[in-house]
Design a protein around this ligand. Sequence first.
Ligand SMILES: Cc1cc2nc3c(=O)[nH]c(=O)nc-3n(C[C@H](O)[C@H](O)[C@H](O)COP(=O)(O)OP(=O)(O)OC[C@H]3O[C@@H](n4cnc5c(N)ncnc54)[C@H](O)[C@@H]3O)c2cc1C
Length: 382
Amino acid sequence: MDFNPCMKHKVVRQAVRDFAETEIAPVVYDLDREARFPWDIIEKMRPLNFFGLQVPKAYGGAEVDGISYAITIEELSRVSAAIGLCISVHNSVGAYPISAFGTAAQREKFLPALGRGERIGAFCLTEANAGSDAGGVETQAVREEDGFIINGTKIFVTNGGVCGLSLVFAVTPQEQGARGGSVFMVEKETPGFSVGEIEDLCGMRANPVSSLFFENCRVPLENLLGRVGDGMKIGLAALDTGRIGIAAQALGIAQGAFDASVKYAKERHQFKKPIAAFQTIQNYLADMATEIDAGRLLLYRACAFKDEGRPFGTEAAKAKLFCSRLASRVTNLAVQIHGGYGYSKEYDVERYFRDAKVTEIYEGTSEVQRVVIARGVLSQPR
Ligand SMILES: Cc1cc2nc3c(=O)[nH]c(=O)nc-3n(C[C@H](O)[C@H](O)[C@H](O)COP(=O)(O)OP(=O)(O)OC[C@H]3O[C@@H](n4cnc5c(N)ncnc54)[C@H](O)[C@@H]3O)c2cc1C
């Protein structure tokens, strides 16, 4: 067991950190305040293959290993969790299911454009009455000659306002073997597809999370991903991969808040001493550092399992559960260390604090992660 990062992973971390600190950090405050999606930064990310991280090389992607992927999302999120979210969702629940479940023709049609970031991917499962319970999906796809007509509304879609291709979960009640729902790839030009208002969110404000509407939206038969009834299988596989991305995002938020806290604790003086000299502040920093290390180990283990081709769903859920909770605890302590300034938008920790919370909610709430973990634990022979 080697705990040292290899040269490849060191290079990936440094390259992404340099990009994030040079290109994103100077505007991250404005992006959050204005809830603005940064097209100019996206333009710079396209040729660097951020959008092709999980796209096979055969289709022009980077096809990076799991740990490189986690490091990339972590380092982006250390500076901007909203941009980390865009890249994570695009890759792990947008492009990956097409790589894993698409036909050769579907991969040929969609993956190159996704890999170049010409189309930004979105994953559309949640509805007003279907959140944790994916079985409650009411969006319907009805078969018609050589295609399906989709009707329904998806809510809280990450990248919704900018997506070029959305994976849409719908029920197909008229079809044989339709239990489990089905997944359709819907291009933004498709008549009947439209985007709702951008959500006014607590955090992740630079990501255009929105509702998506499908009104008599006709998709050709070749846009059905997998077979009719494969929806649950594809969704669960996508979420296993997605949870690695969200764990990495949560870790990056925590690391950013921790780094800011160490710097502040050394600079801020009270009682004629840097506050870092006080035992209580040291205890906070020690707890934060320990939790971040523990989260990183869990996360990289899940990535290693995935790279080795072993089942990794339970490991990904553990990493997501632990990292999202630690992100909330660490950012809470970061605000505390900054005192009143930590509660001001002038300081990054205020944004980290707001961004952290939702990592406990999307791609399966913490309560749902425990259901997944318990299922994995109970199914293991002892
Ligand atoms: C910023 C943001 C971005 C998002 N992006 C996407 C996206 O791109 N695509 C997408 O499809 N969705 C997305 N979502 C939706 C997100 O995945 C859901 O909000 C989440 O799955 C929870 O569903 P819900 O909000 O309906 O809560 P509910 O399912 O109503 O849950 C409410 C509470 O009940 C608990 N609960 C529910 N069922 C159980 C159970 N069986 N056992 C124990 N506790 C339970 C939950 O854990 C939670 O605490 C996004 C949400 C946000 C806020």
